[in-house]
Design a protein around this ligand. Sequence first.
Ligand code: HEC
Length: 126
Amino acid sequence: MRWPALILALCSFCAFAAQPGARSLDELRTFFAANCARCHGTDGASSSPACRKLCSTDFTDPKVMAKVSDERLVKTIRKGIFFGVVMPPFKKRLSEAETLLLVQGILRKAEKGKLIAAGGGGAAAR
Ligand code: HEC
């Protein structure tokens, strides 16, 4: 291989490797606060006044969460509900891996009254 070709190959590999990395857990907590809390509540209990009637899945209730698989939750978050009318799809904004991390690391660990925010949060503002 001649040098220019080698350099070209290396550079395209670098450009690929330099793609923005997946969000960290803390970044996903901030994402939840900015994009999900208005419906699902700042703590994930889905008790926000805006959505109390529609949002039924209380992420802070282990009994409720035990009934749904990670796969199903990831699928719903990425697809949205009812063509985005009931809940917007997030597949363009969250990768599959990020969504799984959000489900396992945030939704499944949500506690009633505990704010979901970067750094672990604190008491939820109601
Ligand atoms: C416009 C309001 C709205 C927004 C914004 C919203 N949701 Fe939802 N979501 C709903 C409604 C309504 C439901 C259906 C009832 C339920 O299961 O709570 C739902 C359901 C869910 C479910 C349960 C899915 C299932 O299969 O049982 C999960 C998980 C979820 N949302 C996560 C999220 C996450 C994460 C975000 C932000 C990235 C988000 N939602 C943003 C309204 C919203």
